[in-house]
Ligand binder design. Structure first.
Ligand code: GLC
Length: 578
C-alpha cells in the first residue's frame, strides 16, 4: 500500500495519517444480520485453485477451510464457493451431476459442514454457486431421458425435439451454443437408430433443463432448502437470464448470435419474461428462512443482459437481491467509459431499491492487471498493475456491494502462455481458439516459497497443480504479499478495513465532482473524496493535503497518472474542492 504523508511524499500507515484505529481483524465490528449484503464485499473462491489439502494437485474444501483466517484478515465479509458438486468436470463443476452432494475430489458433506461452521465462527458468510439453467449429461435425469422414448416424461425435463430435413438429420433450429457449434446434439435411440436432438446452450455435456416442466422448479426448491438447512447464507445463480426459452423454439433472427461472443444475443434463448417468476419464488423461499432468525439469505445473479436497465428488472424488490454489474468488468480503461457505466448503474440499478454489485474480476475473465495493460490501440505497456490498483480503490469506494476474485488481492496477472496441451476450458476445445479462454485466470494460487507448487499443494508425493504455475508467481505469493506493505494485498486490506470503519463508504449517495479531463472524482457521504487519474500525467489533487489511502505514490496536492486516492475532506466538499 502506498500512503502519502503531509508534504514529504513518504509513506506512512493510514492510522498515523488519520488517527483512525488500525482495525485489527478482531476489532472489525459485526455486521447487522439484516441487509448485510447491501454493501458486503464477497471473495470468490474458485475451489479447484484455492488450496489443496490432499496432495492431488486440485484444491478442495478442506483447503478453503485452512484459508479462512487469511480471508478474515483480509477483511472480506464472506465467500462464494464455485461449484463443488459431483460432476464429470467438463466445465469445472458448471456441469452438475448431483445438486445435493460434494464431489469426492473436493471433500464430502461433513467437510462442507465444518467449513460453514468455521466460516460463521469467523464472521464470514458462505454463498454457494447454483446452476439451474443446465445440469450434467451424467445427471440421473438426463440418463433416464436417453433411455426414454420421444415424448416420454424423462425427455420432458429437457428440450428434446425431432430434427429437420428428410430424415431429421438437421438440428431443430439454428441456435448456436455459447461455447461454439450448434446448440443441439443428436442422440441414438435405445434401438441404435439416429434419434431426437436435445438443446444445450453451452457444451453438449450440459443439457438445458426445461423450466416449463413443474418438476424442474420443484426439485430446485428442494435443492435450495437442502443447502439452506445446512446453514448457507445464499446463492450465486449461474446464467440467471437463461432458464426459459421461447416456447416454440423458433429460429433465431441472427443465426450467428451467441457464438463465442455475448455481443450478439439470441433473443429467443435468453431473458424470457417467464424467468422472473422463478426469482420471485426463490426470493419468497429466502424470506421464509429470514423470518425464522432475522438473517437475510442472499440471491445474487449472473445476469448477462445487454443494458443496465434490462438488468434492473432482475433486482426488483421481490426478485433477486443483487445481480453482478458486468458493465464495469467489461469497461476498457477510459475515464468516459467508466463514468458512463457507473452512472448508469447508479441510475438504473440503485433505483430499484437494490444496491449495485461491482465486480472487476472473476473466473471467466482476463485478470485486470493484464486486461488494463494495453489500451484499444496497444498503448499502456506496463501500467496494468497501477491501473488495476487504482480500479480496486475505485470499486471499494463506490456505493453498493463488491466481489473480489481470488488472486485479485495478490495482483496476479493472467497466465497467457499456458501450452495448448494443458488447457481445459471447453471454449478452447470446442472452438480451437485461444480467444476468450479462461484457464489463464484459474491457475492455482501461489501461497509461499520460490517454486511451484508455491504451497498450493502439500507433501513430498504431491501431484503437480492441475494447471502449471509460472515461475514468476513467486513474486505474488501470499507470504511475500503479507510482509510487503506496498503489495496489492495491503492495498486491498487497508481499503476493506477503511470501508468498514468509515460510515461514508458502503451504501449511500455518490456525488460527482467537476474534474479535468482524464480524472474521475466523487464525494461519498459528508466528505470522503475518491479520485482516479486515468491519464498518464499528474494532475492537481481535488483535495488539499494527504490522502487517507492511495493506490500509488501520491505526494500531497498531486494525483499522479494511473492512480486513485481517497481523502477525508472536513469542509463541505461542495464548496471548496478544486
Ligand atoms: C457461467 C459461469 C461459467 C460457466 C457457464 C456455464 O457463465 O460463470 O464459468 O462456464 O456459466 O455454466
Amino acid at each position: 500500500m502506498y500512503i502519502a504523508t503531509a508534504g514529504d511524499g513518504h509513506t506512512a500507515s493510514a492510522a498515523s495519517a488519520t488517527s483512525l484505529p488500525s482495525s485489527p481483524a478482531s476489532a472489525i465490528p459485526p455486521r447487522p444480520a439484516q441487509h448485510w449484503w447491501r454493501d458486503a464485499v464477497i471473495y470468490q473462491v474458485y475451489v479447484r485453485s484455492f488450496l489443496d489439502s490432499t496432495g492431488d494437485g486440485i484444491g478442495d474444501l478442506a483447503g478453503v477451510r485452512t484459508g479462512l483466517p487469511y480471508l478474515r484478515k483480509l477483511g472480506v465479509d464472506g465467500i462464494w464457493l464455485s461449484p463443488f458438486y459431483p460432476s464429470p468436470q467438463h466445465d469445472h463443476g458448471y456441469d452438475v451431476a448431483d445438486y445435493r452432494n460434494v464431489d469426492p475430489v473436493y471433500g464430502d458433506l461433513a467437510e462442507f459442514d465444518l467449513l460453514v461452521a468455521d466460516a460463521h465462527r469467523l464472521g464470514l458468510k458462505v454463498l454457494l454457486d447454483i446452476v439451474p439453467n443446465h445440469c450434467s449429461s451424467d445427471h440421473p435425469w438426463f440418463r433416464a431421458a436417453l433411455e426414454d422414448v420421444p415424448g416420454g416424461p424423462s425427455r420432458a425435463l429437457f428440450h428434446f425435439a425431432d430434427g429437420r430435413g428428410d430424415n431429421g438429420e438437421l438440428p431443430p433450429n439454428n441456435w448456436r451454443a455459447m461455447f461454439g457449434g450448434p446448440a443441439w446434439s443428436r442422440i441414438k435411440e435405445a434401438d441404435g437408430t439416429d434419434g431426437q436432438w436435445y438443446l444445450h446452450m453451452f457444451t453438449p455435456e450440459q443439457p438445458d433443463l426445461n423450466w416449463r416442466n413443474p418438476a424442474v422448479p420443484a426439485d430446485f426448491d428442494k435443492v435450495l432448502r437442502f443447502w439452506l438447512d445446512r446453514g448457507v447464507d445464499g446463492f450465486r445463480i449461474d446464467v440467471a437470464a437463461g432458464l426459459y426459452k421461447h416456447p416454440e423454439l423458433p429460429d433465431s433472427p441472427d443465426p450467428t448470435a451467441d457464438e463465442r461472443t455475448r455481443d450478439s444475443v439470441n433473443p429467443l434463448a435468453w431473458n424470457q419474461p417467464e424467468v422472473h417468476q422463478v426469482w420471485r419464488d426463490w426470493r419468497a423461499l429466502c424470506e421464509e428462512y429470514t423470518a425464522r432468525d432475522g438473517n437475510d439469505r442472499l440471491l445474487v445473479g449472473e445476469v448477462s443482459v445487454r443494458t443496465p436497465s434490462e438488468q434492473a428488472a432482475y433486482v426488483r424488490p421481490d426478485e433477486l437481491h443483487q445481480a453482478f454489474f458486468f458493465h464495469l468488468l467489461t469497461a476498457r480503461w477510459d475515464v468516459d467509459v467508466f463514468r458512463k457505466v457507473i452512472s448508469e448503474a447508479l441510475t438504473d440499478i440503485a433505483a430499484t431499491g437494490s444496491t449495485v454489485t461491482w465486480v472487476l474480476n472473476n473466473h471467466d475473465q482476463v485478470r485486470t492487471v493484464t486486461r488494463y495493460a494495453s489500451g484499444p490501440h496497444g498503448e499502456g505497456g506496463g501500467v496494468g498493475p497501477a491501473r488495476a490498483r487504482a480500479a480496486a480503490l475505485l470499486m471499494l469506494a463506490l456505493p453498493g456491494a463488491a466481489y473480489v476474485y481470488q488472486g485479485e488481492e495478490l495482483g496476479l496477472p493472467e497466465v497467457v502462455d499456458l501450452p495448448d496441451e494443458v488447457l481445459t476450458d471447453p471454449i478452447f476445445h470446442r472452438t480451437g481458439s485461444r480467444q476468450h479462454i479462461r484457464d489463464g485466470c484459474r491457475v492455482p494460487l501461489p501461497w509461499s516459497g520460490h517454486a511451484s507448487p508455491f504451497g498450493f499443494t502439500q507433501g513430498t508425493d504431491a501431484a503437480r497443480p492441475w494447471l502449471p504455475q509460472p515461475e514468476w508467481f513467486a513474486e505474488h505469493a501470499t507470504d511475500r504479499a503479507l510482509t510487503d506493505t506496498r503489495s496489492f494485498w495491503h492495498l486491498y486490506r487497508e481499503g476493506l478495513h477503511l470501508r468498514r470503519s468509515l460510515p461514508q463508504l458502503g451504501e449511500g449517495a455518490l456525488r460527482w465532482l467537476d474534474t479535468p479531463p482524464q480524472v474521475l472524482a466523487f464525494v461519498r457521504g459528508d466528505g470522503l473524496v475518491c479520485a482516479v487519474n486515468f491519464g498518464t500525467e499528474p494532475v492537481p489533487a481535488p483535495v488539499p493535503g494527504s490522502p487517507l489511502l492511495a493506490s500509488g505514490d501520491c505526494p500531497a496536492g498531486t494525483l499522479p497518472g494511473s492512480t486513485a486516492a481517497w481523502w477525508m475532506h472536513a469542509a463541505d466538499p461542495g464548496t471548496d474542492l478544486r
